[in-house]
Design a protein around this ligand. Structure first.
Ligand code: GRF
Length: 207
């Protein structure tokens, strides 16, 4: 199988990035992580990337759109993964990479998703509402926040005494399995998008 070139965008700790790098290595996924791009110079995910010998870049903040597009195209990026990237992706990039940018969201979209729902706020919302089941969602990114076609979703049951921190811990563990699975399915050319929905096929196109 021909390997794909993947660029990962982060803003923070990068545990999902770490999970991706581990899965790519251990499961021998046909994926080359060509660079990690952060909008924050102090993001700990950059340290993780450097430990794995992956080139890192920090967006200047002034010309994110042109910089980002140039960096993605320069390294022949096939897939962009938002692994805890907390800014909107510029329109130019969305257009150039339609159905080739994926994001992980720490809830079962459409619950606790959309504008204002990010990070710990999601888990606090889940806890306040007293829901019994939450989960994680991997989806394509379009111009609607958390609104792109859903690729994979998995649910998990909560205990009655789980607080927001416990919920976050459980969901993060799930994310670390789900995101690499979605990347593997993409790399195998198994995702088709039809009328805003994804269809996961058994046979790949990239073989
Ligand atoms: C994750 O919960 C992810 O779903 C959300 O941001 C968090 C990033 O965590 N988009 P990490 O930086 O990968 O540890």
């Amino acid at each position: 199988m021909q390997p794909i070139n993947m660029s990962v965008l982060i803003s923070g700790g990068g545990t999902n990035l770490e999970a991706l790098l581990t899965a790519i290595k251990e499961e021998e996924l046909p994926v080359r992580v060509v660079q990690v791009i952060s909008n924050k110079a102090e993001a700990y995910g950059l340290v993780r990337a450097q430990r794995h010998g992956i080139p890192c870049r920090v967006l200047s903040g002034k010309a994110d759109a042109s910089e980002m597009l140039e960096w993605l195209q320069e390294l022949n990026t096939d897939l962009v993964v938002l692994a805890g990237y907390l800014k909107n992706v510029p329109d130019e990039v969305l257009k150039a990479y339609e159905n080739s940018i994926i994001n992980i969201h720490p809830s079962l979209i459409p619950a606790f998703a959309g504008p204002g729902w990010y990070g710990m706020r999601v888990h606090e919302g889940v806890w306040k509402r007293g829901v019994k089941i939450t989960g994680a969602t991997v989806h394509f990114v379009n111009d609607e926040m958390d609104g792109g076609p859903i690729i994979l979703q998995e649910a998990l049951r909560l205990e009655d005494d789980d607080g927001p921190a416990e919920i976050q811990k459980k969901v993060l563990k799930l994310e670390h399995r789900l995101l690499p699975r979605a990347v593997a399915i993409f790399a195998a050319g198994r995702i088709k998008v039809c009328h805003g929905r994804t269809i996961i096929t058994n046979e790949g196109d990239h073989q």
